[in-house]
Design a binder for this molecule. Structure first.
Ligand code: PLP
Length: 405
């Protein structure tokens, strides 16, 4: 992914030539980058031989899941829809964990029927439901319990999940009581202690606190867990000056933890695998001057890519073609939806743009297309995968006909 003769290329194809074929807005992913991220993740943690379950909520395109599967990863799912999708992609049930604060009885029955590795539970009521199902089919079900470690992930407040005021997991006191109650259960086979403190974590410090909380909880429980599921959360670089997680330090902390607690580690990365593999190509519909401000009105909107409106997330925007003008402009990139939050970025250093130009919103592979909607009755964008010089449509653009049926 780079400029060549002033044109932006994803692998061997220029963005402008992709958009000629697909129109805009279009999500574009790079196979090479997905492969690179998976191999790099595996290499980082090779010495502890973890089970890595891709967090499907970050991107659930079946073609992407097939690539994930081809590199031996499992899946972390949070709904029956996601579970069904990963099974369809060919991921082995023995590499699937089911997370989430509120799984329905129907979803639990489906997961049990499919004999997945673990159902990670987060409430006593859900445990009662699992036990009821287990009794009715006279089977012992493999489960995990999610700890809320009251740990600040120091990330965007809206994607922090490990503090005591968050709805996720069980506090230590309740968790210990539950472990005590179910350790000899005829129907619940407690195998795993899980945790996930948030997303886009760029320091190893919150993980250090999380591992300490896990260690203390395990010690207090006097229970031998086969698996410890550390969740995901590893941050990526959205902007030039942002730092990223130091994997060596994180690994070092995990190794220290494993010395005291022998178990198999499970990871549930989403963003770190898929985040920087995707771009959203969008056309400038209008340039609108308003006083001193210039709005660049794109044909992509918050319904196509929600992170800026939802979390105030900052994504770099690039021009698909560099022009020769040295002058830099102050622009506000917005979508056409009638919401003030339908805004992608304000910048004061952008090249001169004109109507019809194509721009790329970067690093949209995670929590991009999965959060898209039909708000304003707008259709869902097309998705393409670039592999070398090949452009493969991995999801057609939604048609107006389909939208209205
Ligand atoms: C339980 C759980 N595991 C894993 C993830 C993936 O997180 P990330 O994409 O930050 O790696 C999430 C995301 O919120 C999650 O809720």
């Amino acid at each position: 992914m780079r400029y060549k003769n002033n044109k932006f290329y994803i692998e061997n194809v220029s963005v402008n030539s992709i958009c000629k074929l697909t129109n805009t807005p279009t999500y574009i992913y790079s196979y090479k980058k997905i492969k690179e991220n998976i191999l790099s993740f595996k290499k980082q943690f090779k010495s502890i031989d973890p089970l890595t379950c891709f967090s499907v909520k970050s991107n659930n395109n079946i073609n992407i899941l097939k690539i994930i599967k081809s590199f031996g990863l499992g899946a972390d799912v949070v709904s029956m829809g996601e579970l069904n999708r990963v099974l369809k992609a060919g991921i082995s049930p023995k590499k699937i964990v089911f997370s989430g604060v509120g799984k329905t009885e129907e979803e639990l029955k489906f997961a049990i029927k499919k004999k997945i590795l673990l159902i990670n539970t987060e409430s006593e009521s859900e445990l009662i439901t699992i036990e009821k199902i287990a009794k009715s089919i006279k089977k012992r079900i493999d489960i995990g319990l999610r700890l809320n470690p009251d740990t600040d992930a120091r990330t965007l407040s809206k994607i922090s999940t490990g503090k005591k005021e968050n709805k996720f997991g069980l506090n230590k006191k309740d968790l210990l009581k539950i472990i005590n109650n179910i350790k000899n259960s005829k129907y619940l086979n407690l195998l795993c202690l899980s945790v996930h403190i948030g997303s886009q974590i760029t320091s190893h410090k919150p993980y250090e606190k999380m591992l300490q909380e896990l260690s203390d909880t395990i010690k207090a429980s006097k229970y031998k867990f086969e698996y410890i599921d550390l969740g995901g959360g590893m941050g990526i670089k959205y902007n030039k000056n942002e730092k990223t997680l130091n994997y060596i330090k994180y690994l070092h902390l995990i190794k220290k933890f494993l010395k005291k607690n022998k178990c198999k580690i499970i990871f549930e990365p989403g963003r770190s695998i898929i985040g920087n593999t995707g771009y959203l190509a969008s056309k400038v519909i209008y340039m609108k001057k308003s006083g001193k401000k210039v709005f660049v009105i794109l044909d992509a909107a918050m319904n196509d890519f929600m992170r800026p409106a939802l979390y105030g997330a900052n994504h770099t925007i690039l021009a698909s073609k560099k022009n020769s003008s040295k002058s830099k402009k102050t622009y506000e990139f917005v979508g056409p939806i009638c919401e003030t939050t339908d805004k992608f970025l304000s910048t004061n250093k952008f090249q001169v743009l004109k109507e019809g130009d194509i721009v790329l919103i970067c690093d949209v592979g995670a929590y991009g297309i999965v959060l898209s909607s039909n708000y304003n009755l707008r259709t869902i964008p097309q998705e393409v995968l670039i592999k070398g010089s090949k452009i493969k449509t991995i999801k057609m653009r939604q048609t107006l006909k389909a939208l209205n049926s």
